[in-house]
Design a protein around this ligand. Structure first.
Ligand code: DG2
Length: 298
């Protein structure tokens, strides 16, 4: 093929998506439906690869949040490829990993906070209809979708974390000590400065270097890649790769777990074309995402 291919998708439905709660950096797991969506996403990629005589992607990327990790785990299992997870910070030498540790027997999965969902600040853990009522329609949509819309900063001492039992099953959510010092210890050590609230513009800025210097560059090692990220991080990638304007990006909605193929020119890595592997379902589900908070449920 004359192009490189990036398979990009948002994780499957999370427990907080299901509850209509702003999630951001809260570490919610997948629902059973979310896992089924991930399986379906893998089947779509498998069919596409067979139809185009392509090898399935052997390098993957996720955020540091468990919902993207669970999604790619389910997908790689379905594709029959063993994952090899590596957390990447700014002090990680990715070229060295690619030269020395990457092999076609398994899928190397690089995990970075730079692909995390937008930090939703003080809105994290709050129900969407409640916030809509509090802020009104215009502000609600401005903060959710405007390129510069930024929610109020989170009180990190009230960061919401998941409560799990001994077997790792979810028993509820609680406000605890910030998980930042624990979960993001590697990032802290390598001197990354992590946000308390972000606009889409902030996400574009923190993601740009990783996208260009790691994801796009690695296409020269492996001509396809699998990116499992979030609504805002997928939007940011599309904005950068396609050069979508600050104004137009607010109308782009990302459905859960439907792979989008982005084809790039092999020489220039410039955008050539994109298409969803299930365009009908992508359209229906994207519309649902947009309307979250507005419909009368729960
Ligand atoms: C959703 C996006 O992110 O919410 O943070 O709640 O992709 O991680 O499920 P994701 C969240 P909206 O911006 O679509 O309201």
């Amino acid at each position: 093929s004359d192009t490189y291919k990036l398979f990009i998708l948002r994780h499957g439905q999370s427990e907080l998506n299901h509850e209509n709660i702003f999630c951001g950096w809260i570490d919610a797991g997948l629902t059973d439906e979310g896992k089924a969506q991930a399986k379906n996403a893998a089947a779509l990629i498998k069919d596409h690869c067979i139809a185009n005589s392509l090898e399935p992607p052997k390098i993957g990327y996720t955020s540091r949040l468990v919902r993207t990790q669970q999604t790619i785990e389910v997908m790689l299992e379905e594709l029959n490829i063993k994952p090899n997870f590596r957390i990447v910070t700014k002090s990680t030498n990715v070229d060295k990993i690619m030269r020395e540790d990457w092999n076609r027997e398994e899928a190397l999965v690089l995990q970075t906070w730079r692909l995390n969902e937008r930090h939703y600040g003080a809105w994290q853990g709050q129900r969407k209809p409640t916030i809509l009522q509090e802020y009104g329609k215009e502000q609600y949509m401005f903060i959710r979708r405007d390129y510069n819309g930024r929610p109020p900063a989170a009180d990190l001492s009230r960061e919401m974390v998941q409560e799990v039992d001994d077997k790792g099953s979810l028993t509820g959510y609680d406000f605890k000590e910030p998980n930042r010092k624990v979960k993001y210890n590697l990032e802290e050590i390598s001197g990354e400065s992590l946000p308390n609230n972000e606009s889409l513009g902030d996400v574009v800025e923190r993601l740009n270097g990783f996208l260009k210097q790691v994801i796009l560059r690695n296409l020269d090692y492996c001509s396809s890649g699998l990116v499992v990220a979030h609504g805002s991080s997928v939007r940011s990638i599309l904005k950068i790769i396609e050069g979508i304007s600050d104004n137009d990006i607010k109308d782009v909605e990302i459905p859960n777990a439907i792979p989008l193929v982005i084809e790039l020119d092999r020489q220039s890595k410039r955008f050539v074309r994109k298409y969803y592997l299930d365009p009908e379902l992508a359209k229906i589900n994207a519309e649902k995402v947009r309307n979250e908070g507005f419909e009368k449920r729960k």
